[in-house]
Design a protein around this ligand. Structure first.
Ligand SMILES: *Cc1c(COP(=O)(O)O)cnc(C)c1O
Length: 395
């Protein structure tokens, strides 16, 4: 290895991304850790089998390819350790299961990723765990919701449909005072621009499917923890039997090498288009925390060092035909779930169907935009034509 371990804190994020988690000396000099496929790991002697000290014991728990991804994410998040999971949703469910037992209670942000609500209401409830939802802007007010049996608080900041920024230090203080852990879904900003563990969180989750993979061609999730939270998370993952293949891990590792470059470009392009949209007469509002018009902009500036590819576009009330006129004839933006790839996306969303703690009463039609790597002027022209069609269909 090099004389400096790139993960030792002496290097900046860009350098960590290029050097952490690979060891050419162990791979015949090849730059990247290749795809390892394997279930059985062999022991050389009875003494080795009994000692259980080998780096790998059985393929389900990981292999050099998955370990290389975990090393990078650990360095980026400033975590004790990290785990690679088969999807972002699996990362969230395992992290929550690591924090609860029958009779416990969890508090989940009202802005959280919708399948998490379905997991909490449909699955945790059957296991005897109650889930309640909190206003993403509650901050220190979370203390008023804590119950003696509350063991986990799950934040997603900003919410990936509605973009409220959460006051993580305040949430962490309230959660810890009540004996609960703070879990944060950090998929939007990536660890480049937001470090929840440094703000008091215990567990950080990523949908690696999004920015880490970056090419819309693989699924992954990660969990990174403090030293205190680690054993519960590792135990939950191990007991539940989750495994992530070396093939998927390889694509995550490959994506991570260019994360800083891609995030920088996503940030720049998304901000330019968001600012331009804000000036268009047909636009009601743009929900992007890095815009000074955003209600949580001050909090954003305090806790984030940059912004992501994803933001909301609110257009004035209009019938369904206007929404169809907007999305059905876009030349460059495509409609689909997920985000984080090189290609731009535009998805109509209805947060009002999901909220329970703070009803979403905002009038109008909301779209979620992911800004990819097409030329910005081409994207603006595509959106400009869509706004004209929307206007025409409103009349
Ligand atoms: C997509 C997404 C998830 C779920 O990730 P998958 O990899 O699709 O399971 C979780 N959180 C956020 C914010 C997401 O955007």
């Amino acid at each position: 290895m090099n004389s400096h371990d790139p993960a030792d804190g002496a290097f900046s994020v860009e350098t960590l991304l290029t050097h952490t988690g690979r060891s050419p000396d162990d791979q015949f000099g090849f730059v990247n850790t290749p795809v390892y496929r394997g279930s059985t790991v062999l022991f050389r002697s009875l003494a080795d089998l009994e000692a259980q000290q080998q780096r790998f014991l059985y393929g389900r728990a990981g292999n050099p390819t998955t370990a290389s991804v975990e090393a990078v994410v650990t360095a980026l998040e400033g975590a004790y350790r990290s785990l690679l999971l088969p999807s972002g949703l699996a990362a969230i469910t395992v992290a929550l299961l690591a924090c609860v037992k029958a009779g416990d209670d969890v508090l989940i942000s009202d802005s959280a990723y919708d399948p998490v609500r379905k997991f909490a209401d449909g699955f945790l409830a059957r296991m005897g765990v109650t889930a309640r939802y909190y206003d993403p802007r509650i901050g220190a007010g979370l203390a008023g919701l804590m119950q003696p049996n509350t063991t986990a608080v799950l934040a997603e900041s900003p919410g990936s449909l509605t973009f409220e920024v959460q006051d993580l230090p305040a949430l962490a203080a309230a959660a810890h005072a009540g004996g609960a852990r703070l879990l944060v879904d950090n998929s939007w900003a990536s660890p480049l621009y937001h470090r929840p563990l440094a703000l008091g969180a215990d567990i950080v989750i990523h949908s690696g499917t999004k920015m880490f993979v970056g090419h819309s061609d693989a699924f992954a999730g990660t969990i990174s923890t403090t030293e205190t939270a680690w054993s519960d998370v590792l135990q939950a993952r191990t007991l539940l039997g989750f495994f992530t293949s070396g093939d998927e891990a390889f694509l995550v590792a490959r994506g991570l090498r260019t994360l800083a470059i891609r995030m920088g470009e996503h940030q720049k392009r998304a901000l330019e288009i968001a600012g331009w949209l804000e000036e268009q007469a047909e636009v009601e509002a743009v929900l992007h925390p890095a815009l000074p018009s955003h209600p949580d902009h001050t909090l954003f500036k305090r806790d984030f060092s940059g912004s992501g590819s994803l933001f909301g576009l609110l257009l004035p009330p209009a019938p369904r035909e206007a929404v169809a006129a907007f999305v059905d004839h876009l030349a460059l933006f495509s409609m689909g779930y997920s985000w984080g790839g090189f290609e731009s996306l535009c998805l109509p969303v209805k947060p009002g169907n999901r909220r329970t703690a703070v009803p979403w009463t905002t009038e109008g039609n909301l779209f979620r935009l992911h800004i990819g790597f097409e030329a910005v002027d081409d994207l603006k022209a595509d959106l400009g034509r869509a706004l004209e069609r929307y206007q025409a269909a409103r009349r």
